[in-house]
Ligand binder design. Structure first.
Ligand code: FAD
Length: 465
């Protein structure tokens, strides 16, 4: 079969690109090596983790905050097997939705491993080992990523696990060691901490979520300490991981000393690496750059004309919405349009409680670049809506250009930060100043008032502090 566009990989990059290309009149094929569409995000990433985060949050609230709200409960028990069953149902539902969208947009789905034979020909190796080849004028590589594992870690997927296995555990760990206190470690650690596990975070950096604005990590650590009292082993370098049968023992180094940490499970959450196995891109003359497929900054085309790459397999943040934006961009370029993507305005969210969300520059980045900025902080404890609900932890931090008042960065830790960040993204897309936000009416009482107040605070004019 011959197509205008073939896409390898059906994650949020690939399937969204397929839909956009079909909308623009292209004939499209999508190739996925697993039997279900949706990639990491739907099957072992964003959606299942949020499903378990939501279930565990209900349990935590029922056991910790219901009484204060005047709700009496009997003895409560967390049923992890049911939580995982529910999570699987959520995945199936969204899977059905993607299948429907493929049919609706007349996109041909091939299940099997896609492998280049030449620049326009892809061989599809199916699970029953039969093969089929298709040709396409253009190809998008959207093969995503896999968890990073250090070579000395004996990942057994039973006791020493990645996020993939953590999303399907059938028991609640008593002592869970989480190597890496970044986004995935913080989220999965939260799931099990809420269900009663004692968590030990072992992190090479000196704080939680080290890639975010420093204030966020500090605040998140404070909240976690209050809610679950996890053990924090910051500035610790893991040098050995061992499964002794009933126990996992981690050896880590700090200042020349070694420390042993014991648990019944160890979650390795040290990041993800691009996935290109089996693609056979070597025959196209594409050389990987630290595992990533190099692309043109503006068009995401590789060095081979008509071959594009998007999402986790290329440079930039490993985020579902970044992959989708890139998918739309490439589909539009192939269809002859001239789209643009502002990478500075891709928001970053962590679904802990409180949630963390940010967009634009961090304070550390502004300092490093020598940009003069003003800072406005507004704490949630000064916000009526937050006091009413009992979610008083956190703050909104706004960074504006000293001369122009343009908003350069917004960092939120607090209830509903994940949804609140959208206002900042839209404002910054229109290059709003803090005064633009101050002059915009915000409904009372809402969490969004904290963003407006933080903008006021950049001029020391917040009303409620
Ligand atoms: P993927 O989603 O990885 O999809 C790639 C697909 O390509 C896979 O289905 C794979 O099977 C297929 N494939 C690979 N090679 C071949 C081949 N040769 N032939 C055929 N098919 C192939 N991001 C967020 O934005 N928000 C979140 O809340 C969030 N939570 C996360 C939680 C966890 C636990 C994890 C692990 C990740 C999370 N992410 C989140 C990251 C997000 O999942 C990824 O950034 C996103 O899935 C990347 O999309 P993609 O399309 O590039 O690749």
């Amino acid at each position: 079969m011959q197509y205008n566009l073939a896409i390898i990989g059906s994650g949020p990059g690939g399937y969204v690109a397929a839909i956009r290309a079909a909308q623009l009149g292209l004939t499209v094929a999508i190739i996925e090596k697993y039997s279900t569409l949706g990639g990491t995000c739907l099957n072992v990433g964003c959606i299942p983790s949020k499903s378990l985060l939501d279930s565990s949050e209900h349990f935590f609230n029922a056991t910790h905050t219901f009484a204060e709200h005047g709700i009496k409960t009997g003895a409560l028990e967390a049923d992890i097997v049911q939580m995982v069953t529910r999570k699987n149902g959520v995945i199936r539902k969204i899977n059905d939705g993607i299948n429907y969208l493929m049919q609706k947009n007349k996109i041909t789905v091939y299940n099997g491993l896609g492998s280049f034979t030449d620049k326009n020909t892809i061989k599809i190796i199916k699970t029953d080992n039969t093969e089929e080849s298709i040709t396409a004028d253009n190809v998008i590589i959207a093969t995503g990523s896999k968890p990073t594992i250090l070579p000395f870690i004996p990942l057994d997927k039973k006791r020493i696990i990645t996020s993939t296995e953590a999303l399907s555990l059938n028991e609640i760990p008593k002592n869970l060691i989480v190597i890496g206190a970044g986004v995935i470690g913080a989220e999965m650690g939260s799931v099990f901490a809420r269900l009663g596990s004692k968590i030990s975070f072992v992190e090479f950096a000196d704080a939680m979520i080290p890639t975010m604005d420093k204030t966020m990590g500090k605040e998140l650590q404070k909240s976690m300490k209050k809610d679950f009292a996890p053990n924090f082993y910051f500035s610790h370098k893991v040098i050995k991981v061992e499964n002794t049968g009933n126990e996992v023992i981690i050896t880590a180094e700090i200042n020349g000393q070694t420390v042993e940490i014991k648990g019944d499970y160890c979650l390795v959450a040290i990041g993800r690496k691009p996935y290109t196995e089996g693609l056979n891109i070597e025959i196209l003359g594409i050389t990987l750059d630290k595992g990533k497929i190099p692309v043109n900054e503006a068009t995401l085309e590789t060095d081979v004309k008509g071959i594009y790459a998007i999402g986790d397999v290329i440079r930039g943040a490993m985020l579902a919405h970044k992959a989708s934006e890139e998918g739309v961009l490439v589909a539009e370029i192939i269809a002859g349009q001239k789209p643009h993507l502002n990478y500075n305005l891709i928001p970053n969210v962590i679904y802990t409680w409180p949630e963390v969300a940010s967009v634009g520059q961090t304070e550390e980045q502004l300092k490093e670049k020598g940009i003069n900025y003003k800072l406005g902080n507004f704490p949630f404890k000064a916000l009526g809506r937050a006091v009413a609900s009992g979610d008083e932890d956190g703050l909104v931090k706004v960074l504006v250009d000293t001369t122009t008042d343009e908003i350069l960065g917004v960092h939120i830790i607090g209830a509903r930060a994940a949804d609140m960040i959208s206002e900042a993204v839209s404002a910054m897309e229109f290059r709003a100043s803090s005064e633009d936000i101050i002059r915009t009416s915000h409904a009372h009482p809402t969490y969004t008032e904290a963003f407006r107040e933080a903008c006021m605070a950049t001029n020391n004019k917040a009303i409620h502090i």
